[in-house]
Design a protein around this ligand. Sequence first.
Ligand SMILES: *[C@@H]1O[C@H](CO)[C@@H](O)[C@H](O)[C@H]1NC(C)=O
Ligand SMILES: *[C@@H]1O[C@H](CO)[C@@H](O)[C@H](O)[C@H]1NC(C)=O
Ligand SMILES: *[C@@H]1O[C@H](CO)[C@@H](O)[C@H](O)[C@H]1NC(C)=O
Length: 624
Amino acid sequence: MFHRRSSVCLRTFVLFLLAISQSVFGQDSPTRVTESGTIMGSTTTVERVVIERYLGVPYAMPPLGNLRFLKPQAVRAWEGVKYANDYGDSCMQFPLPENVPTSEDCLYLNVFVPRVTLEEEDEKMAVMVYIHGGRFNSDTAASYNGEWLAAVGGVIVVTMNYRLSVFGFLSTGDRTAPGNYGLMDQQAAIQWVKDNIDNFGGDANRITLFGESAGGASVSMQMLSPQNTGLFQRAICQSGVAMSPGMINPDPLEATRALCEYLNCRTQDPVDMVTVLRRVSANELAQAAARFTGNFTERIWTPVIDGDFLPDDPVRLLERGSVPDRQLLLGFNEDEGAYLMNEGLPGYYIRDKATYNYYMNASLFHIFPTNTEAVVEAVALEYGSWNETSNVDALQQTFTTMYGDFAYIASTMQMANLYRQLNMATFVYQFTHARRSTLPAWAGAAHADELYYLFPTVRGNNPDLMTDDEMQLVESMMTYWSNFAKTGNPNLPYNPVLPTNWPRYTSSQRFIDLTIRMSDNSAGQYIRPRRTFFWTKMMPALDSQSCSPETTDDQDNTNTNPWLEETVLLGLRRNDLIQLGVVGGIAILLILVFFITCITCCKVLSLNRLMRYDDSKIGLSSYA
Ligand SMILES: *[C@@H]1O[C@H](CO)[C@@H](O)[C@H](O)[C@H]1NC(C)=O
Ligand SMILES: *[C@@H]1O[C@H](CO)[C@@H](O)[C@H](O)[C@H]1NC(C)=O
Ligand SMILES: *[C@@H]1O[C@H](CO)[C@@H](O)[C@H](O)[C@H]1NC(C)=O
């Protein structure tokens, strides 16, 4: 009793001091009340706008000890005032990020509130919540300073950390450790915004999620989760969606077993494995998990279809239309794969046909495991390097272009097409401004290049060194993005800085090119329909073909090619004129590729069979 009263006294005293300090120091140490307690931040001025910053605000209990591999728990309320002047630690990752300490105690968010005069006095500001990328295995909210976007856009910007790698995504594929804790962290942070942002002058009914790469995939997974109805209104996916290759691990138990074995668990039982893995020190676990992170599109510590947070395959969920109505803005960079040309990454090491073949297989094998070689050949044909044996530049270009289309672009357009078919508002962009860099001249805007124009200080970038044209692009993009957050339409409210009207993506499939010196000519129609078809329909079909004896024994199938039929049917059902045209050309091409594949693939088989069967039963038609 006494104890309690004294703490109330203390609290009153602190609030009293606070009131004094505020009147003394002006508004340099602004405070805001949240459901768990009061926080005190700081201010800064960007582009002549005063921004209140609240950094390192806890939104969930530290996921330590027995809370490891569990969904986030409600944060404990505090008395008095919590200082919110420093970013929270980054979530555990390995290798360690530069200059940002890591800790398992990392569930913190950051709020950037612009002091702007709103048109109507009682109007609340729209809120933009950023989810960072990094393959679900690296990076931190501290890399994304939201001050600029808050100042230019006149919106509240929130960034958050979420558990990464094994800490965020370990799964046994059952209820023991269902996985997706990192996604649930994001969800808890969004819920925090919903519950508290009113006290910051924000509109709890105008929350927009945005994210890049794995962050974009996260955003679309939050959209697809049935648990988030009413939690947010709009979404922006930059260069990554739920169905991008490698965003979901279909066999998490295998990875958990491999990790456990590496750490000498001596058990295969899910419950025991998780018990052991909870006791391993955070550092040791982070380092061990990094050995099983996977390369290219093989990703191990990623979201899973847990039947709960993520009930089903993303494409199926969208086809079924089982998603709440929200506005979606999404897009990609013209030459996503060009980032692989940087030193230390695969594109850089392609020096001849052998390294080309190696990296092609390594990139495609995990998504197309059955007929990888046929897929690699089809890529060579589609991307024009089929006749090249020694032209390194051509081989590098094929590899990086193919990787960008395959890993990011096709799936983004697949999502755009599925979403607009549900008649929900969709806006599509292609970002095309390539910065001066060390990349070859043919390289266009690479993965993550658009981030400079939303977070001008990202990756050590100095905004003072950006050209006037680039600063104009900063202003345009921030205005489109924040407009979308305010109204669900990037063009509204009208602002003379906007270079052109951004058409909605409908059956006429219009989009805009985001680049410097935009004009009305920056709007275009039909964006990569052929490559989208190639990667989302044709290659899956090609890979699903098998030359197993069971199939070839089936005489009923000898005169038809079910795979080709399916392809043509799909084309017709889609009812897109543009794709119909493509189907015809591609069908011919595919017959060729399939033909070659099956001859190669079944050569051994047919030789064996020739010795066992009548000649009459063995014809090429059996395999074509
Ligand atoms: C794949 O990653 C492992 C470590 O996770 C590494 O040892 C191996 O060299 C990588 N392979 C390729 C093809 O980069
Ligand atoms: C392709 O890559 C996979 C996985 O790294 C490997 O197991 C397989 O042997 C490779 N195939 C070829 C033909 O190099
Ligand atoms: C390969 O074919 C392309 C056209 O598809 C042509 O431009 C290129 O010069 C050819 N390269 C070689 C080595 O024949």
